[in-house]
Design a protein around this ligand. Sequence first.
Ligand SMILES: [Zn+2]
Length: 569
Amino acid sequence: MRGSSDPLLLLIALALACAPSGDGDADLILTNGRVYTLDAARPWAEAVAIAGGEFTFVGSTADALAHRGPDTEVRDLEGRMAMPGIYDVHVHPVLGGTEVLLQCLFPPTAGPAEIEETLSACVAADPDAAWIEGGRWTSNFFVDHEIGSPREWLDRFSGGVAISLADDTGHNRWVNSKALELAGIDGATDVEGGEVVLDEQTGEPNGLLLEAAMYPVFQAIPEKTAEQFLRAARESIRTANGFGIVGLKEAGDEGTGVAAYKALADEGALTVHMAASIAIPLVPGTLDLDVDALARLREENRAANLDVDHVKIFLDGVPSIARTAAMLDDYEPEVPGGPSHNGELLVPPEALNAWLQQLDALGVTVNIHTAGDRSVRVALDAIEYAREENGDSGLMHQLAHTGFVAVEDVPRFAELGAIADMSPAIWYPSLISDSIRAAIGDRADRSWPVRELLEAGAHVIVGSDWPAVIPDMNPWPGMEALVTRADPWGGYPGTLAPEQAVTLEEAIELYTLAGARLLGVEPRAGTIAAGKSADLIVLDRNLFEVPIEDVSDTTVELTLYAGEIVHEK
Ligand SMILES: [Zn+2]
């Protein structure tokens, strides 16, 4: 007690507390590597020294070893490539984690036999379960396999279990009769912003629920527990570190998932730089922002490496054959010569403008789901409105899934400081790009205009959007496909809008530094340079020395987050 009031002792105590370790000795030195730094001043190095969670030296092996002390660990990289850690800045880690831990999953490529086998096994494993959730089917599935009633197809083997299966976009559900019964959906059910698809002959629901029509099902499924969410978050952070990921942005969560990240942060287990978008809280029955609820969520969940000053807004659906994204021009008609439409905005532009202005003034960064070129335009208009009203707040408002952007809107991203969120990682031919082409025709030729946006000075970022669309957070197939615009698994022939390809150097920057900037951690993370957070990954191959087609197979041997080993193979 006496010591704490003694100025000299206090100074000594402070000096000791501030010293990283020993006499500035490194905690860890990595030698003999091929270290790609993304630091313009020194693009490549051989070695790094790390102390107190930061890089204290970047350069040659000989000079790095000068930082060695009696307790320093030295690791020889034996010529392997190292680089800054990966950022996945459009992802749903808790949702994905709960799917991995609790759901009945099959790949979007699965045929009827495989789906029936998978689901039958899940039913047999837990015949008393009230619900089985799972997925992922593609919207072409029922057409391709001539399944007239998706509902009856499931009823054949589901017994008394209610089944709800997500599609590959996460926007739609395929359910059986029991699920419709428990959710209280029948042929007369009308859900604003969604469609209960009806059987043309009987007028009864055929088992497909589009967009908001799936919400009654969500309400009927028992809530998951906080303990389940925490397990899911823990599992996802562990998996992310294993893929070399050191930065994540949760793309939209009601608050339960965010609380799980907060719980992990409090126990020191949130081993990533993290931001989380909270689903916009509205005063029930109105389009008014619930300012108090938002303030409470921000206050309760913030932590040192968890930034919760973000909000998610859904402005539209998907431009696949569900035809729910808001497009500038009409979709291809479902039957040749038949009627068509251009999708729907889920929020009136005036309300969006007001939210943007209000949230921007509150210091909240907005992430707007804009899968169609009309929703992109309306979102850019709203950001422009906020900038006019508030001045430039510097907040990096983000447009999610900017797969389709009108040519005249491309320069607006740089002008407005709006972020083009290139997600999900499907910028290559796939079942999904087929479904999109069926709905929008030749406009698919300009899918995912990464090159155009970069050349126009836009801040582009990338994310997996897991668990929507792709099976995991593995960034390496997405990185390869940014360069090749071809299926990284070689399953689908051809390329998708190959003139939108970027170089490998650009792809690496999109997956690292661009993400760090979005999270606002760039001044102290995102590159390998002295004074930066020691986030680094060691790869099993040199990306610049293998054929580009081998980049997707990259595995990460070591992941450091803030100097701590969080994954090791
Ligand atoms: Zn998403």
